[in-house]
Each structure stands twice: as C-alpha cells, then as structure tokens.
Design a protein around this ligand. Structure first.
Ligand SMILES: [Mn+2]
Length: 318
C-alpha cells in the first residue's frame, strides 16, 4: 500500500461532501463489516457521515454485528444522486455489485478495496490486493498506516471480517493476519463473544441445511459429495448454505463438495469446496470465480444440466 495513494485517499475523503460505501450483493461477513468499519472510521476521523448501501439479503447470522442498522437497501435510495466519493469494497466483479451499480457509475470519484482475482478494476483509486485474506484486513492496515483513530466498534467489525473470511483462520496463509488479530485482541476484541454473536441462524435454516446434507449424493469413489437445494429449500436457507458445505466436508475421504441451488427454473447457483486441490478453474469454466479451494458461479441453466456439467468438469480433477 503506497503512502502517496493513502494520502490521496485521505485528501479525497476530506474534500467529499457526499460519500457512499457498498460491497457485493448478498453481503457476507467481510463485505458487510468492512463497509461498516469504514463508515465508522470516516465518522471518527473526518467527522463525516457516509451512506452504507447493499443489494440482496444480509444473512440473519449477521443481524447482531455492530452498526448493522446503518445498512440501507439500494431500492430505498435515489440511485441517480451523484456522490462525490463512492467506496466499493470486496466486490469481485462489476456483476457482483447488483442494484447499487448505478451509484458507482454516477460517482464523481470511485475508490475500490478488494481482494479478489481476477482483477476487474473499476476505481479511480484502487487498493486491490489479491493476496489479502479479507478486505477488513486491508482496511486495518490502512488504519494503522494512517494512524486513524478507531474504537471498539471498528475493532469488532475488523475482527468479524477477518474471522469470517478466513473461516476462523483455517484459510489464513500468512502470519500477518494473525498478528493483526492479536493486536485486535489486545485492544479488547473477545473472539468467543464474536463467535456467539454469529450463532444467530433461524431454526428452519439449520434444520433445512441438515436435511439437504442428509440427501447428498456421492461420486468418484466417494471423493465428491454433491448436495442439491431445491426451490422449496432455497426459501428456507439464508446465506450460502455454509452448514451444508461444512457438514459434507467433514466426511472422511470426501475431497470435493458441490452445492447446487435452484434459484429459478433456468438459474442455478453453484458453490464449490475442495480440501486441497484447486477448483477455481471449474468455477471459471462455469462463468464464475473465487478462491483456490472455495469458489462458485451462477449459471443460467437448469439444475439438471448444471449438475451434469459440473460432474463432467470434476472428471478431470478426480
Ligand atoms: Mn472478502
């Protein structure tokens, strides 16, 4: 992170009269909490208010995160307004921004902070780091470098970003993110409290997820587990079916987990997980993307067709 870029950013925040912050559609822990952490940092350090926008659904498990009430649904704001400064965090590609995209396109100045590959830069100023594990971690480093003031809310939000995007450190590949978390713990973050704050799923969710997992099919000598969320289940599941993925991944001998979601008659969501071998190429082949061992796509095709296509693609990596 270059000092000049950070100073330029500081200047831009100082000049801006109107600021909006957004993440990707259907925010996850990192997307939501990095938006809210930045909101609070701008308030504390620049005495400015920012509008926090989202599209899609915020999962119930994130209902208790600090400042959650600041998030505004894009459909309730004037999208034609030209903001002086718009931050786009953890967005992945333009397609992931959803209904907030007009606000980004109308912005006088766009700052992006992201950690996705491949890079699809849209900002006038970019803090994109494909090696970072969470956007919350990038903003934590920014805060440290700029010596911005932060409070307990910001610390908790950084911690939730980091914990959720690293799967409570399972995917942490560098010590730096643990050292940043250590600093947050020394600053008053209680990991057990945060973990309990996220145990907030509706009963129907967990029971549906368990039922979907129990109907999973197994292929290629039980190395691949495939679960299917039908339209009826889909309404009951909030978020991305992480419990299903986690349950199936725990099975001895299972290397790959595929979760197919019938979102519409001709639209199927695909989540892919792998214990070790990279599977991002499969997500890319389906028109999606993601990380090496956790990727996904939304395919405009029927569930049956996508199922055959995915099984065929896995034939090569089994
Ligand atoms: Mn993220």
């Amino acid at each position: 992170m270059k000092t000049e870029a950070l100073n330029f950013l500081t200047e831009k925040i100082r000049e801006a009269k109107t600021i909006a912050i957004t993440g990707h559609k259907n925010p996850d822990g990192d997307s939501l909490c990095s938006v809210l952490a930045l909101f609070q940092l701008i308030k504390l350090n620049f005495n400015k208010n920012a509008l926090c926008l989202y599209d899609g659904n915020i999962p119930d498990m994130l209902d208790n995160v600090p400042l959650r009430e600041k998030m505004q649904y894009f459909g309730k704001v004037d999208l034609s307004k030209k903001f002086d400064l718009v931050f786009v965090l953890d967005y992945g590609t333009r397609n992931h921004i959803g209904g907030v995209l007009p606000v980004v396109d109308n912005a006088k100045f766009i700052v992006e902070i992201d950690h996705h590959k491949p890079e699809c830069k849209i900002g006038n100023l970019s803090f994109s780091d494909g090696n970072a594990f969470a956007v919350g971690d990038i903003i934590f480093n920014m805060t440290k470098k700029q010596k911005w003031k932060k409070d307990q809310l910001v610390n908790d939000l950084f911690a939730i970003s980091i914990l959720t995007d690293t799967g409570f450190f399972k995917y942490a590949r560098k010590g730096s993110i643990l050292r940043n978390m250590a600093a947050l713990v020394d600053d008053g973050v209680d990991i057990e409290r945060i973990s309990n704050l996220l145990n907030n799923k509706p009963k129907k969710d967990i029971l549906t997820e368990a039922a979907v997992a129990s109907r999973a099919e197994f292929f290629y000598n039980n190395r691949l587990a495939l679960a299917t969320i039908d339209s009826k289940d889909y309404k009951n599941i909030d978020g991305r079916g992480e419990t299903i993925l986690s349950l199936l991944t725990q099975i001895k001998g299972v290397e790959f987990v595929v979760l197919l979601k019938r979102q519409k008659e001709n639209q199927t969501g695909v989540s892919l997980r792998s214990k070790s071998q990279p599977i991002d190429a499969i997500a890319i082949a389906l028109g999606g993307g993601g990380h090496k061992c956790a990727a996904g796509a939304v395919v405009q095709d029927s569930l049956d067709n996508v199922r055959s296509k995915v099984l065929e693609l896995f034939r090569g990596v089994k």
